[in-house]
Design a protein around this ligand. Sequence first.
Ligand SMILES: NC(=O)c1ccc[n+]([C@@H]2O[C@H](COP(=O)([O-])OP(=O)(O)OC[C@H]3O[C@@H](n4cnc5c(N)ncnc54)[C@H](O)[C@@H]3O)[C@@H](O)[C@H]2O)c1
Ligand SMILES: CC(C)[C@H](C(=O)O)[C@@H](O)C(=O)O
Length: 424
Amino acid sequence: MAASPSSLQFTATPFNQFHSKQVPKHATKWGTIRCSAASPSKSYNITLLPGDGIGPEVISVAKNALQLVASIEGFEVAFEEMPMGGAALDAIGVPLPAETLNSAKKSDATLLGAIGGYKWDKNEKHLKPETGLLQLREGLQVFANLRPATVLPQLVDASTLKKEVAEGVDLMVVRELTGGIYFGKPRGFSTNENGQEIGFNTEVYAAYEIDRIARIAFETARKRRGKLCSVDKANVLEASMLWRKIVTALASEYPDVELSHMYVDNAAMQLVRNPKQHMMTQSSMELILETIIMQFDTIVTNNIFGDILSDEASMITGSIGMLPSASLGAAGPGLFEPIHGSAPDIAGQDKANPLATMLSAAMLLKYGLGEEKAAQRIEAAVLDTLNRGFRTGDIHSAGHKLVGCKEMGEEVLKSIDSKTPAAV
Ligand SMILES: NC(=O)c1ccc[n+]([C@@H]2O[C@H](COP(=O)([O-])OP(=O)(O)OC[C@H]3O[C@@H](n4cnc5c(N)ncnc54)[C@H](O)[C@@H]3O)[C@@H](O)[C@H]2O)c1
Ligand SMILES: CC(C)[C@H](C(=O)O)[C@@H](O)C(=O)O
């Protein structure tokens, strides 16, 4: 695939259209903005949740990028930084303080770094940083989690897969985010008939939850290469059987989208075996042509399979430090976060790759605020910085300049500054 900024535009996602049709709050705001020629200054409130571990390091870099592109594009951003996760547990005693959730609900969008760490690992369930994150997703009702995984030409060598396997991979995982086994009841600890301790959870999906995420996925696939793979475990799990039935029934509404189904165990294997299919065809000139067809383009799956498969997909692209995400609901502000965690093993050492968070900031601008040009400035600057040879440790290979989190951030800012609008 050619190296072009557009490969990072995640073109394929139709969420702008989805949102502008279905999110009254945003639709109203965008309408006002577009019509208000007399008042050129727009202003957005963004809640920042640095969280734990490398979270504060990557958020500080992304905040600078948001500020810079806002000033170039002529709008204002006001940040409200709130405690979340382990940081909130230490300061306030709960992983998601009411003030933090309220700030996220009132703002135009929320950018999260990461939460969690060894310190809180043994806490009771309701006092775990991770519980706060689930409460935040539930509180904002952001049921659709878009996780693009694109192998950038600059980073093919960073992938642990062979070049010919990784090159050109461009996936979108659409993960259901507010249902399934993460939230299903009953759940808990008990004892069985033999007096042994048991822990149990419930994988449960209502038809409407499957329907709404499947529609997002079909719309997403329609704007990409028209291929949707629904990943489930319908050979074993009832919740997956219903999932497959509803996704299959919807296909007739999207005749332009080619739907396939795959069991999750096979999908996990196929993702690293052959995310692309190579087909040999013979041309009229008796030449053997190799056509690369994406085995995977858009993947739709439940909460837990999406969590696991997106982490796996990240390694095709080179590093989990590169993958952004957008979590969106039918109404209200979105939540934007890198897919990685708090990386306690490298926290506080200026080693984190901030690009996943910067690209999440770009998704925030595009899907959360409708500021497409500002988003493109960040995406183009990330590519430019990689083109100029800068690499954090997770994506470093011979011949490139090894930098820390801060320096990587500064180099992206330089790239943002040096790009004229025409070049974006
Ligand atoms: N959304 C979130 O906040 C989120 C997501 C996943 C895990 N977590 C939490 O994070 C903590 C650590 O979890 P984990 O170790 O399983 O996963 P992790 O994603 O934090 O780290 C996995 C590995 O990837 C590396 N890594 C992650 N992000 C990186 C980056 N930006 N740059 C360079 N290297 C990076 C880490 O150093 C580590 O070796 C746990 O408490 C977990 O619950 C939070
Ligand atoms: C930290 C955890 C609750 C979270 C999840 O499982 O969703 C994480 O793995 C993620 O992918 O954001």
